[in-house]
Design a protein around this ligand. Structure first.
Ligand SMILES: *[C@@H]1O[C@H](CO)[C@@H](O)[C@H](O)[C@H]1NC(C)=O
Ligand SMILES: *[C@@H]1O[C@H](CO)[C@@H](O)[C@H](O)[C@H]1NC(C)=O
Ligand SMILES: *[C@@H]1O[C@H](CO)[C@@H](O)[C@H](O)[C@H]1NC(C)=O
Length: 775
């Protein structure tokens, strides 16, 4: 699909038609399946450059587009914002209000200039706009005056979120005699102004809105809540978390609260880890009066959040719960009162707190954007799940959402990564959906990248990643993960972490595609890093998993990868390997990995001269001859020698050594017994072709036919097809028919050809059978 779009300029039109047709029907007929709709939108998002042309001001517009169903326009904008694709250039596609009609718009966290906003969003008859945390110079004032410039928008807009923006309220100017302000947007019912520089004057303006039902002024600059009295008949939700500038006596506060008769939800929570500068005292006192004031105070209240408020007594909480029958929510995290016994007797009451899993999960859901509470809840969660043996994808989702919301918070990540590890150990991971584990890995890698020097975060992430199931089964970018871990490794020496990191790298490397392996092994610093680990371990004679994993990764990286072999040699790998080979005599697990890599090098003609070292070859020869050694070791030793001995024209050592090698190959191989288990696998037989020529000495031919015979008898169908495809069958036939061929290699070649014959007649019989029918 991707290729069609980018490859043929005439296609995008049909492509958009098809997608839109698809989307229209999905939405109109059955409102789903959501996943399919999301897929289509994602596809449009990544194809934008192909579907669009540029205007003279640099912004984008669709080259051609049908009229999008209205919901699809909204969803397209949401998808673009979520993917971080919405900016001054791309938002241009929404300027055409004829084809893309927006109602519920979002530019959340997008970099947007006031002018681009004005041109693309303000012509629409918007009902909702989320501009929270937008960057790029967009201010609250620019948004409000832009929206107010469209008379339709003035009355249609019902929900507006400006969290995290600079309001710059003073800059709003007179417009035809009346001052433009929040109050110009007469239809507003919900307004979110958390983390803004909202002043008392601006609050007064806000409170003159005739339909204001829900207001969030958390962490704003407000010092006095009296303006709320202007909207006391409509205001149903007031969120006033952490008002540090508030300057009102408790009696004044209570006086205002007493009149908010319509209020159903009140949030007066406080950041409990913030420095105790006495600023919250008055609110704290007002909260206590509220708890004990009886149901006449705020008679409609069914939901109260006082998380983080200190000096609240269990008795006050109990009184409150007892006197409010309709209560549905109570926020008590970090108040020390969430274990109050009365809470568990109310079935319909949701509570945030630390007493049990329900309370903690409720806190993670509700406080997703409040870092102090997220961290507090995660700490409690960690204690609750430390020994869990049930898979909990639901909880893992909450933890990942918390990490996603606080991508740069160390406090959150230290504890969240520990939770991810607890939730995905051993069998637990196997019971989770792969897509969820994929999301977990993405968060872990992000954490490793963001906090490179934090030991605990790194350790938690490596512990979680160091899982066969996760590394083998979960789809994620293995290449950047491996690069990330190896770079981290180069600057850290903690033994435990190093062991985990090397294990992770080893598993990741085995999963790379050939192209990625080429790219990865082309990086000399990676080669150096792995060799440094081998050296460090060999120096003290350690025989641990770090050494084995590093050797395996190197073996893997050099497989049919001449450039990797070259950098191995340039990083003085051969000298190191020779030492290790000698000092680990009698350790087959080490010898096998070393000889396997040398075998990879010996298959590459350009690298062969580097291997022609008398000491090295005599050592390898002794391994070939030693009947006490593992078959694997002797097999790889034979391979190295056969490759090098197959090119007498390039031989630079004594003829005597060459003669000995050829003689020993021929003497040893016929005594080898077939091995039951799969010992080695080949992606191609090409390295064997030169060895099968009739001009080769029997010792060389013998090793090659023995190797082919071995893999063919373990996995006949796979390797027989390879024999045919790569033309090796022809080589074997001429070897077998050659008048000068020695009976030993001929015998094995015939045996392979018989296997091939049987395989071919089996597959012919199979393909001649009638098609099975479904009846
Ligand atoms: C907007 O995003 C697109 C795609 O990510 C990028 O190519 C373009 O340069 C960006 N434009 C601006 C003005 O940042
Ligand atoms: C690395 O090793 C794994 C498992 O042993 C194997 O499947 C993979 O093909 C190897 N990759 C390369 C590039 O040799
Ligand atoms: C044979 O080898 C191929 C490729 O390595 C592999 O996919 C297949 O599972 C193997 N079959 C058996 C029976 O081992």
């Amino acid at each position: 699909m991707q290729n069609d779009v980018t490859g043929h300029p005439e296609r995008p039109v049909n492509f958009v038609c098809l997608l839109v047709y698809f989307l229209t029907h999905l939405i109109m007929e059955c409102e789903g399946p959501q996943a399919l709709c999301d897929l289509c939108l994602s596809q449009v998002c990544c194809s934008l450059p192909a579907l669009c042309r540029g205007r003279t001001d640099g912004s984008m517009c669709f080259s051609w587009a049908p009229v999008f169903p209205q919901e699809v326009a909204d969803q397209l904008m949401h998808t673009m914002a979520a993917k971080g694709l919405l900016n001054d250039t791309t938002v241009g596609i929404f300027r055409d209000g004829g084809t893309l009609r927006l109602r519920r718009a979002t530019v959340r966290r997008c970099p947007l200039s006031p002018n681009a906003f004005l041109l693309a969003l303000c012509p629409h008859r918007l009902q909702e706009l989320d501009a929270s945390w937008a960057s790029g110079g967009l201010t609250g004032a620019a948004i409000v005056s832009g929206l107010a410039s469209n008379p339709e928008c003035r009355s249609s807009l019902q929900r507006l979120s400006l969290d995290g923006l600079r309001l710059d309220w003073e800059s709003l100017v007179e417009d035809a005699g009346t001052r433009v302000g929040f109050s110009s947007l007469r239809g507003l019912r919900t307004l979110k102004l958390a983390n803004t520089d909202l002043s008392d004057a601006a609050l007064a303006d806000v409170c003159s809105l005739p339909h204001l039902e829900s207001l969030d002024i958390s962490c704003s600059g407000v010092s006095n809540l009296s303006p709320l009295l202007d909207c006391k008949n409509t205001l149903r939700h007031l969120i006033a978390h952490r008002l540090q500038r508030l300057h009102m006596a408790p009696s004044g506060l209570t006086f205002v609260l007493r009149q908010l008769d319509a209020l159903r939800h009140l949030d007066f929570s406080e950041d409990h880890v913030a420095e105790d500068d006495g600023s919250g005292e008055d609110v704290n006192e007002a909260v206590r009066q509220l708890l004990e004031g009886g149901p006449d105070l705020l008679p409609s209240l069914v939901s109260l959040d006082i998380s983080g408020q200190k000096k609240i007594s269990e008795a006050a909480v109990r009184t409150f719960v007892e006197t409010r029958g309709g209560l549905v929510f109570l926020g008590l995290l970090a108040t020390g009162t969430s274990t109050c016994d009365i809470l568990s007797t109310k079935k319909n009451l949701k509570v945030t707190g630390a007493a049990n899993e329900d309370q903690v999960c409720e806190a993670l859901r509700r406080y997703r954007d409040r870092q102090c509470f997220v961290r507090e809840a995660l700490v409690h969660l960690y204690n609750l799940i430390a020994d869990t043996d049930k898979p909990r994808p639901d909880i893992l989702k909450l933890v990942l959402a918390a990490m996603q919301s606080h991508r740069s918070s160390l406090h959150v990540h230290v504890i969240a990564t520990a939770c991810v590890f607890s939730l995905t150990t051993q069998d637990l991971a196997e019971a989770m959906p792969l897509s969820l584990l994929g999301a977990a890995v993405a968060q872990l890698l992000h954490a490793m990248k963001t906090f490179p020097n934090h030991q605990q975060v790194q350790k938690n992430c490596l512990l979680a990643l160091c899982s066969e199931h996760i590394l083998q089964e979960v789809p994620f970018d293995k290449y950047s993960a491996a690069t990330l871990v190896i770079n981290w490794l180069s600057s850290h020496e903690d033994a435990t972490l190093q062991r985990m990191a090397v294990a992770v790298i080893c598993l990741l490397v085995s999963k790379l595609s050939a192209e990625e392996t080429a790219q990865f092994s082309g990086d000399v610093s990676i080669m150096k890093q792995l060799l440094a680990i081998v050296q460090q371990k060999a120096m003290v004679g350690a025989l641990d998993s770090s050494l084995k994993f590093a050797l395996t990764a190197l073996w893997n990286l050099t497989d049919e990868m001449p450039s990797a072999g070259r950098s191995f040699i340039e990083c003085r790998g051969l000298e190191l390997y020779q030492e290790v080979l000698e000092s680990y005599y009698g350790e087959p697990s080490i010898q096998q990995k070393i000889l396997g890599l040398l075998n990879n090098l010996a298959e590459v003609q350009e690298l062969q001269p580097d291997l022609l070292d008398e000491d090295l070859l005599e050592h390898v020869l002794s391994l070939l001859q030693d009947t006490q050694l593992d078959m694997e070791v002797r097999y790889f030793a034979g391979g190295i020698l056969a490759q090098l001995a197959s090119r007498p024209q390039a031989w630079t050592l004594s003829d005597e050594l060459l003669g000995t090698i050829l003689g020993q190959l021929h003497a040893a191989i016929p005594t080898w017994t077939p091995i039951g288990r799969e010992m080695v696998s080949y992606r191609s037989f090409q390295p064997f072709c030169p060895l099968l020529q009739s001009s080769q000495p029997p010792g060389v031919q013998l090793w090659a036919v023995w190797a082919i015979h071995l893999v063919c008898s373990h996995n006949t169908s796979h390797y027989c097809s390879m024999l045919e495809k790569e033309g090796v069958a022809e080589l074997l036939k001429s070897l077998s028919a050659g008048p000068n061929t020695h009976p030993d290699p001929k015998g094995l070649a015939d045996s392979i050809l018989r296997m091939l014959d049987e395989h071919q007649s089996r597959s012919r019989t199979f393909s001649r059978q009638p098609e099975p029918r479904n009846s």
